[in-house]
Design a protein around this ligand. Structure first.
Ligand SMILES: *[C@@H]1O[C@H](CO)[C@@H](O)[C@H](O)[C@H]1NC(C)=O
Ligand SMILES: *[C@@H]1O[C@H](CO)[C@@H](O)[C@H](O)[C@H]1NC(C)=O
Ligand SMILES: *[C@@H]1O[C@H](CO)[C@@H](O)[C@H](O)[C@H]1NC(C)=O
Ligand SMILES: *[C@@H]1O[C@H](CO)[C@@H](O)[C@H](O)[C@H]1NC(C)=O
Ligand SMILES: *[C@@H]1O[C@H](CO)[C@@H](O)[C@H](O)[C@H]1NC(C)=O
Ligand SMILES: *[C@@H]1O[C@H](CO)[C@@H](O)[C@H](O)[C@H]1NC(C)=O
Length: 623
């Protein structure tokens, strides 16, 4: 309580006391004396009336009631924080300071109902700070700053949009600028956080640092620390056995040519190396190979294929490889590493095969070891004149020896192919041969002596594979003086022949293939036999009947004769010749035998093997 208010209170008390005195002194109409701005009220003790100044006035109630300035004690005290106090005549009211509003939402208030001033949050008003502005509420006020990505223009931060001319504007870093030896590769924009990427300029290579730059909040690009260095490849690699052709440039794209040194040749690959963008020489694949000179020679061999570093050998014809590699390789020293191939002569396991005596084989066995060899001998025979003919045979022979022989049972006048297979080595040698026409087999005749004019003769024969070529000819030899008969000559019918009985003739010719094994033939029956007329015999004359068997093939013929019959008989001499040789026969019976043992059912038994046989004083011939 300051001095002044204390004084007022003292004054007030004095007035009260003096009024009481005056009331006591005078019985005035008190109420009539009250000041306009006072009220007349009953005394509290009921002893009369009293003038009291109205609320908001101070005074004695009669002579003065003066306005009390409530604001005088201070707005904070009377209205509260952030207020302004407005005094009125006899009263006052409160308002809020700028930036505050009364809690009762009225324009003015009197704080006795609890109303107070509270801060207004201006930041709830959208756009208060402008584009990019950031509002900050303060006690009774606010201010603005710029959001990240915006920058203040026209003044400092913070700013007040109504008061200041400052404003926020979006950050623009502008076009990024590339540093030394770098070029801008890409940029996402020029606003805050945009990214620019740099690469090294051509011919330069990234060494260190960051290749990207970011637009900062301050509107500046920052971050690209890319350091590029010129690409230098240094010295190109050295390659064995090569020489370089190089201009000593080590920059990107520089090239080096490699050539093989003297005595070497290019085996293939790239012979150029280039300084690449990694600062490296591209690897030349080049390889140089020593020249080994002419291909090596191996005895009894030939070269199948070669290039300058590899030679493939093989044994020449007639030789075969005997162990070892067949490849020579040019070594790095420039010398051939020769193939170890050895060529040995190939001899057929069956060698010097030939045929002797018409049906015997002889050959030499060429073997690499002492083992027994098994030979399979097969033969097949065929004949032009007899399609159905097919003679086959097979023999096996086991032997260790070097010289071999084998005789086969081959049929006459046949073309044979004979194969010998050495079974263990599966080698086959083949030889062809032909067998000769043989003397025909004589039929068995039943010799007879006749007196009848029409003798019927008999013979028995065995079938033979040469039957298709065989003929039987029946000769009639009238007996007169010295007779000559040549069995072998086809010219028996030829009148010019010297060894021919002048009166002899063929009375019949039979094709053997048409005959059975038993044959009856009647001499002189007057029929034709194979274009020969079987002339009846003259009665009273003596005849010999001779049967000639003939094998005939092309120009060759072989024959064989047998005496078949004698018709009547006196003593005589028959002279028979074979070729130039003549055999004198002076007997009653003559048998001409043809290489086979032969049984004659008569007075004599003959076993004939050779050309001539003597029986007693008689001579017999065989042709
Ligand atoms: C009484 O108070 C009123 C305001 O309430 C004022 O206008 C007037 O002048 C005062 N009268 C006197 C005599 O002081
Ligand atoms: C930039 O550098 C990063 C990492 O260092 C790399 O992954 C990226 O490929 C580079 N970009 C370019 C364009 O060189
Ligand atoms: C020769 O041939 C061999 C085998 O085919 C091969 O490896 C080599 O490279 C060739 N050499 C040349 C010079 O062609
Ligand atoms: C054997 O073969 C030869 C030649 O092919 C042929 O001329 C000849 O007539 C044949 N001989 C026989 C008996 O078939
Ligand atoms: C038959 O063999 C002989 C030797 O034995 C030969 O001279 C002749 O040419 C051969 N004939 C045929 C047709 O093969
Ligand atoms: C041949 O004659 C004999 C006796 O005269 C007879 O038994 C035989 O059957 C005859 N043979 C033929 C093939 O006619």
């Amino acid at each position: 309580m300051d001095v002044r208010s204390r004084t007022i209170i003292v004054f007030f008390l004095l007035f009260v006391l003096s009024g009481m005195q005056a009331e006591g002194q005078t019985a005035l109409d008190v109420c009539a004396t009250c000041h306009t701005n006072a009220t007349c009220e009953d005394k509290t003790d009921g002893s009369g009336k009293v003038c009291n100044c109205k609320y908001g006035f101070v005074g004695n109630g009669r002579t003065f009631c003066q306005d009390k300035d409530e604001c005088q004690i201070g707005a904070i005290k009377i209205c509260g924080q952030h207020t302004m106090c407005h005094n009125t005549y006899g009263s006052y009211y409160c308002t809020c300071l700028a930036g505050y509003s009364p809690s009762n939402n009225m324009a003015v208030f009197i704080p006795n109902d609890g109303t107070h001033c509270q801060d207004i949050d201006e930041c709830t008003i959208i756009g208060l700070c402008g584009e990019g502005g950031q509002c900050r509420n303060l006690e009774g006020s606010f201010d603005c700053s710029c959001q990240v990505g915006y920058q203040i223009h026209n003044g400092p931060e913070p700013f007040h949009p109504r008061r200041d001319s400052a404003f926020c504007k979006v950050v623009d870093c502008g076009q990024p600028v590339s540093g030394e030896d770098t070029v801008l590769q890409s940029v996402t924009g020029t606003t805050y956080r945009s990214v620019a990427t740099f690469v090294c300029d051509e011919g330069f290579v990234w060494r260190r640092g960051d290749n990207s730059s970011v637009c900062g909040a301050d509107g500046r690009w920052r971050g690209a620390t890319l350091v590029c260095e010129e690409i230098l490849c240094g010295n190109p690699p050295l390659i064995e056995s090569t020489e370089q052709v190089w201009n000593n440039s080590t920059t990107l794209g520089s090239s080096v040519l490699y050539n093989c040194k003297e005595g070497f040749y290019n085996k293939g690959g790239h012979n150029v190396s280039i300084c690449n963008e990694n600062g490296e020489w591209t690897p030349p694949a080049l390889s140089c190979q020593a020249k080994c000179g002419p291909v090596p020679f191996l005895p009894k061999s030939e070269v199948v294929w070669h290039n300058r570093s590899v030679v493939v050998h093989r044994c020449m014809a007639g030789y075969h490889s005997w162990r070892g590699s067949n490849v020579s390789v040019c070594g790095s020293s420039g010398e051939w590493q020769r193939a170890s191939l050895r060529c040995v002569e190939i001899k057929p396991p069956i060698n010097h095969l030939f045929i002797y005596n018409g049906n015997c084989l002889r050959w030499k066995a060429e073997k690499y070891d002492e083992d027994v060899e098994v030979y399979k001998v097969t033969y097949t025979g065929s004949r032009d004149y007899q399609r159905s003919f097919n003679d086959r045979g097979r023999h096996f022979l086991s032997s260790k020896v070097d010289q071999l022989e084998l005789c086969l049972n081959l049929l006459p006048l046949t073309n044979y192919s004979v194969s010998i297979t050495a079974e263990s080595v599966r080698f086959t040698a083949t030889i062809t041969t032909n067998t000769t026409l043989t003397v025909p087999l004589a039929p068995v005749v039943y010799y007879k002596e006749f007196e009848t004019p029409v003798p019927t003769l008999r013979l028995h024969r065995l079938p033979n594979t040469l039957d298709p070529l065989s003929l039987y000819q029946v000769f009639v030899l009238p007996v007169e003086g010295i007779m000559m008969f040549d069995c072998s000559s086809p010219a028996s019918l030829d009148s010019s022949s010297k060894i021919k009985s002048p009166a002899e003739y063929i009375t019949a010719q039979l094709n053997v293939r048409n005959l059975g094994t038993e044959v009856n033939f009647t001499v002189g029956d007057g029929l034709f036999y194979g274009s020969f007329y079987n002339l009846p015999l003259e009665s009273g004359k003596n005849y010999y009947i001779i049967l000639r068997a003939v094998n005939q093939w092309k120009m060759a013929s072989k024959s064989c004769c047998v005496l078949w019959a004698k018709v009547t008989g006196t003593s005589y001499v028959l002279r028979v010749s074979s070729l130039s040789a003549a055999v004198i026969v002076g007997v009653a019976a003559l048998v001409l035998l043809c290489g086979y043992s032969f049984t004659w059912y008569g007075n004599h038994f003959f076993n004939v093997k050779n050309l001539s046989v003597d029986v007693d004083s008689q001579s017999f011939g065989s042709w």
